[in-house]
Design a protein around this ligand. Structure first.
Ligand code: DP6
Length: 358
């Protein structure tokens, strides 16, 4: 138990309450892949918080009599009942109940909607868990003010989905203990400070090679790292890449940035391809895009690079000054590999409260 986040047992004025929050997805530059219980990463990670790929979640809290020790809730996606998410939510509530024990006394009506395809390799669980946690913290805070609101939101989010803890703030977040980051820890994300101004407006165009359901859940992927023959070497390399990336983020050295970020993306997929059972999540079109990116970079000396999530989609990262050239390049050379489906995003600042309209 992490004492600083344990809340009062009861909420005294038991009234109906509702609120709505949005949270963005994030894209990891140093990947979190491998964890120990409960939701403790095997290596520190760094991510860009995004701006346009969002989950919007509203919750109504209705006081009830509940003699069980489980949180009672219903979940709808865009107004329609979606039982697929219930088991994930049940696990989440079991993990957070010690930190928000008063939730037992309420019935939670949760409705969520994404503006991008969920389960497609865009980290939808990250934005979903961050938006949900933001609502829970808003509820708690409006009755019993919390001092470290953002920290506790990130803490709860992590218990829903590890990478979600990095979606609460932005634009660059780290999660996991590392000697280079003061106050870094395994329980919630911390802002990466002192980065070069080029990263203030960094862009991420996400090419949707495959917007279908993921073949492997990240939970299973993390599990497979436990017996992975290369696990200890991977964790060592992630820590080393983390240190190197901190330097590149501060100096704005884009050559190093590109080398480290692409290496991390490929290591992630190398881990999946060499686990038992193995998973090949990249598609031939993913490789076509990667080759095009390398050619374009060499030919025009424009510092774009790719990263990948646990799926076939490609995140194209580049400084904003090159946006028009890159968009032209996507239209001309890459759109054929993604059926012209791509999302232009950029770095953002994290969760935001939305005016609630019933
Ligand atoms: C490849 O955060 O989805 O996106 O903690 O089991 O929910 P759980 O895993 P999740 O894993 C994300 C893996 C990744 C890399 C990253 O975002 O760091």
């Amino acid at each position: 138990m992490v004492k600083e986040f344990i809340s009062q047992e009861k909420i005294l004025s038991k009234n109906f309450f509702n609120c709505k929050w949005e949270a963005p997805s994030n894209i990891a530059l140093i990947k979190y892949w491998g964890k120990s219980p409960v939701q403790i990463p095997m290596n520190p990670s760094i991510s860009f918080t995004l701006k346009n790929c969002l989950t919007k979640t509203d919750i109504s809290f209705e006081p009830i009599k509940n003699t069980s020790n489980k949180v009672k809730f219903e979940f709808t996606y865009n107004g329609e009942s979606k039982s697929d998410f219930n088991s994930k939510l049940e696990i989440f509530f079991e993990r957070i109940i010690n930190y928000q024990p008063f939730l037992i006394d309420y019935y939670l009506k949760i409705n969520s909607v994404n503006n991008f395809p969920h389960s497609s390799g865009i980290a939808s669980s990250a934005s979903a868990m961050a938006a949900l946690s933001a609502c829970l913290i808003d509820f708690e805070n409006s009755h019993n003010p919390i001092v470290k609101k953002h920290k506790k939101t990130s803490f709860l989010s992590r218990l829903g989905s590890g990478s979600a803890c990095r979606s609460v703030s932005g634009p660059i977040m780290t999660w996991g203990k590392h000697s280079k980051i003061p106050k870094s820890n395994d329980f919630y994300a911390t802002k990466f400070l002192g980065y070069h101004q080029i990263f203030d407006t960094y862009c991420d165009s996400i090419l949707l090679v495959d917007s279908g359901k993921k073949e492997v859940s990240s939970t299973l992927g993390h599990e497979l790292m436990k017996k992975h023959p290369f696990a200890s070497s991977r964790f060592k390399q992630a820590k080393n890449n983390f240190s190197l990336l901190c330097v590149a983020l501060k100096s704005g050295d884009l050559d190093s940035f590109i080398k480290i970020v692409e290496n991390e993306a490929l290591q992630l997929h190398a881990m999946m391809m060499t686990s038992n059972p193995y998973f090949i999540l990249i598609k031939p079109k993913t490789l076509n895009i990667i080759n095009e990116i390398r050619d374009f970079r060499r030919k025009f000396n424009i510092p774009i690079c790719f990263t990948l999530d646990a799926g076939a989609n490609v995140h194209l990262l580049y400084p904003q000054i090159h946006k028009s050239d890159v968009l032209e390049f996507i239209k001309k050379n890459l759109s054929i590999y993604c059926n012209n489906c791509y999302i232009n995003d950029e770095v953002g600042v994290g969760i935001k409260k939305i005016k609630f309209v019933l």
